[in-house]
Design a protein around this ligand. Structure first.
Ligand code: FEO
Ligand code: CA
Ligand code: CA
Length: 721
């Protein structure tokens, strides 16, 4: 799918999973189990029977304002440079790259001359969550007109090393890069917390709120969970392997039942440099060499921005992951091991350092989504590892949920309680519509006896999770992105955005499509448009599940027996689902796209869907030559169950979504508008791919900016009604 690759996509195209886990095995299994199933008379009907049990077991959290059928008029696909929402709705920009987060910081010039990014909105707004405040400024689960938005700033729009819109002349696109440019770029990554409020007419962010905060690549953080103090985390910065610096490539978010933000570190590996001789110095058989390859960094690979080239100061040297000194205390050979975690932050406490929760594993984390917390039951979180052929994970806490912790005074201490000790699992999807969660710990004999990598401690499993998942035989998926839990019945949805490596030779029941789609005259191959898998467990902590495919993303005109299995139309066709969040207010499933395959016809979008349940559709068998694969599709979509709600500006991804508790304000992020603009054209707005949001009347300058948009209904109603 290289034709449709955009600059930022290259990192997700990483496929370092050379394990033998994949699909060929599953195809054989598919044939055998289908025979077994036919004999037993089970199949999709069996899945449906189990699903109804599940629904009964977990139907405890009905939405306050349920929407069971979509009535708004679908937004048409478009390629204009604007955000468009349905008639009767308004979308307004409230917080964009560079906006000041303190009364002392100047407004944003947006011409490459601005500084002070440690107290400005970062770049590439991504996952976002709402943290309510009452009128007195105390944390509130119910207040609707004042709150904090905590959001990720995943990356920056770049071309050949430089984040060109951040520098007046487009910056330096060769090595070494000047320290002054790198210092800006170090500060535009991370997380921001910003206070927003509505006066009943319009929403705005509050520039001088004492809650406003930036976390950057330089902010101190602490490692928690099994990896705390591990030999693999020893660096020149901390010989004890506990203190670490910064968070990076924060992609999806989640809100914990105790009111904190969790944020997934995704494409961090691309930011590190390793010199060509590093493997030899480590020793070719040293486990660290295998681990670095499995996490996407071969010796001799250049870093995305060349931050290691800024000088001898520690803040530059740390991005060189090569073995350079005598021991790990002398260099940053282990610095990459300090990234790749779910990090937890308390948005209500601007001075508390964030905590890296290593019990949830190390990978290209997207988001972490929590099962409905039930008193006396473990806390459960579901996660995707976004690269081609990576896996779906879940974490089950040792501690049992105490509802009093929803209002804990020390929220990160509650995080310690639930997220530092527990069991990590990885998903295996069977061809008969069932699945298993495989334990990733030394209690699992497969891992304890594994000869391919020395897993000696639980810390080793926490730091080298991908290798552990390979060892136990997890199912390689089509780039797992966001997960969401349907509050009504507890079912888990995970987007699988696309996979150019999926082919007839490795399709399986849960990743069953490999086809050709045209983008203009260009052929795109694999699972071009992505799908959404859905799992039902009798209880969130169970190790067995049933699954089906909630949605096959597709163009409306694609073949209905092999590609458009969800029967999508012009009003709801989409490509590359990525963000996925359930509304607690309405029960709607919001789906966002980060696409490069359908962009000849439409910019990226936000869809609203009415979820059904596992087993509500039927089995489909797809033939690949003399081989067949049977999958289980959810119910076909209709105008009542799925509609396009928003289409964004040019060159942008739609990502991150949260709402006020009453469901009357929806906040979404627009990431990297105009990202295909050439660095050489930064001084010529006429050549920009996008000039949003300046063309929507927001802010100074014409350079495109990632931004938060608030959507309200003109009659004050619930969003989606
Ligand atoms: Fe940051 Fe996988 O999207
Ligand atoms: Ca196409
Ligand atoms: Ca994403």
């Amino acid at each position: 799918m290289s034709e449709s690759l955009r600059p930022g996509d290259i990192f997700n195209e990483e496929d370092s999973n050379t394990s033998n886990n994949p699909a060929f095995e599953s195809v054989l299994e598919a044939r055998m189990s289908r025979r077994g199933l036919l004999k037993a008379g089970a199949g999709a009907a069996g899945a449906a029977a189990l699903a109804s049990t599940v629904t009964q077991a977990q139907a405890a959290h009905a939405p306050k304002s349920p929407i069971n059928g979509l009535k708004f008029k679908a937004v048409e696909k478009h390629t204009v440079d604007q955000v468009v929402v349905p008639e009767g709705y308004t979308a307004r920009v409230i917080y964009a790259l560079g906006d000041p987060l303190s009364g002392n910081v100047a407004s944003f010039n947006n011409d490459g001359t601005d500084g002070n990014f440690e107290m400005r909105a970062g770049d590439h707004h991504d996952g976002i969550d709402w943290f309510g405040l009452d009128a007195k400024g105390n944390p509130s689960w119910t207040f609707n007109s004042r709150g904090l938005l905590a959001m990720n700033h995943e990356a920056t729009t770049d071309e050949k090393l430089s984040s060109h819109f951040l520098h007046a002349d487009g910056g330096t696109r060769s090595l070494p890069r000047p320290a002054s440019e790198i210092d800006k770029e170090l500060m535009i990554h991370g997380i921001s917390v910003v206070e927003v409020q509505s006066d009943g007419k319009a929403w705005a962010y509050k520039q001088d709120s004492s809650f406003n905060r930036r976390v950057t690549t330089m902010s101190e953080a602490e490692m928690h969970g099994p990896a705390r103090g591990s030999e693999h985390l020893v660096t020149r910065f901390d010989a004890d392997g506990i203190r670490v610096r910064g968070t990076l490539n924060n992609c999806g978010t989640g809100k914990t039942p105790w009111g904190t933000l969790v944020s997934g570190e995704e494409n961090w590996f691309g930011y590190f440099f390793r010199d060509a001789k590093d493997d030899e110095r480590r020793g070719l058989k040293d486990p660290s060499v295998a681990a670095l390859k499995r996490y996407g960094r071969k010796a001799g690979e250049a870093s995305r921005h060349g931050w290691e080239s800024g000088g001898m100061q520690d803040r530059f040297v740390r991005w060189n992951n090569s073995l350079l000194g005598v021991t790990a205390r002398d260099d940053y050979r282990n610095e990459m091991n300090t990234f790749g975690y779910v990090v937890e932050l308390d948005p209500y406490n601007p001075t508390q350092a964030l905590r890296k929760r290593s019990a949830l594993g190390r990978m290209g984390h997207e988001n972490a989504t929590f099962a409905v917390a039930t008193a006396g039951q473990p806390i459960v979180a579901y996660m995707g590892d976004d690269a081609r052929g990576e896996y779906i994970y879940k974490f089950v806490s040792d501690a049992k949920w105490d509802p009093k912790d929803a209002n804990a005074k020390d929220r990160l201490a509650a995080g310690d309680k639930y997220l530092n000790k527990g069991t990590l699992y990885v998903a295996k999807f069977n061809a008969d519509g069932t699945g298993e969660w495989l334990e990733l710990s030394l209690r699992n004999p497969v891992l304890a006896k594994f000869e391919g990598f020395p897993f000696k401690t639980e810390a080793d499993v926490a730091v080298f999770t991908r290798i552990a998942a390979d060892a136990v035989g997890a199912t390689k998926m089509d780039r797992p992105e966001w997960g969401g839990v349907n509050p009504k019945n507890g079912e888990v949805y995970i987007t699988l955005t696309n996979n150019s490596n999926r082919s007839a030779s490795n399709v399986d029941a849960a990743n069953p499509r490999a086809y050709v789609d045209m983008k203009g005259t260009k052929e795109q191959k694999g699972n071009v448009n992505g799908h959404i898998v859905r799992m039902a467990e009798a209880k969130p902590a169970d190790v067995n599940f049933k699954w089906d495919i909630f949605l096959f993303a597709s163009e409306a005109g694609a073949d209905k027996s092999t590609v458009n299995l969800s029967n999508l139309t012009e009003d709801n066709d989409l490509s590359s689902p990525d963000g996925l969040v359930f509304s607690k207010a309405t029960g709607l499933c919001w789906i966002q796209t980060d696409d490069g395959a359908f962009t000849d016809k439409t910019n990226c979008m936000l869809m609203a869907a009415v979820p059904g349940q596992v087993g509500d559709g039927k089995a489909h068998t797809i033939a690949y030559g003399d081989k067949t694969v049977t999958t289980y599709a959810g119910k076909e979509q209709t105008a009542a169950t799925m509609k396009r709600f928003l289409v964004g500006p040019k060159g942008a991804e739609i990502t991150g979504i949260c709402e006020t508790p009453d469901g009357r304000a929806l906040f979404i992020n627009i990431q990297h508008p105009g990202e295909n603009t050439k660095a050489a054209d930064v001084s010529n707005p006429a050549k920009y791919e996008s000039v949003w949001p300046s063309n929507a009347g927001y802010g100074a300058g014409r350079r495109p900016r990632s931004a938060t948009v608030v959507i309200t209904k003109n009659d004050g109603g619930v969003i989606g009604s």
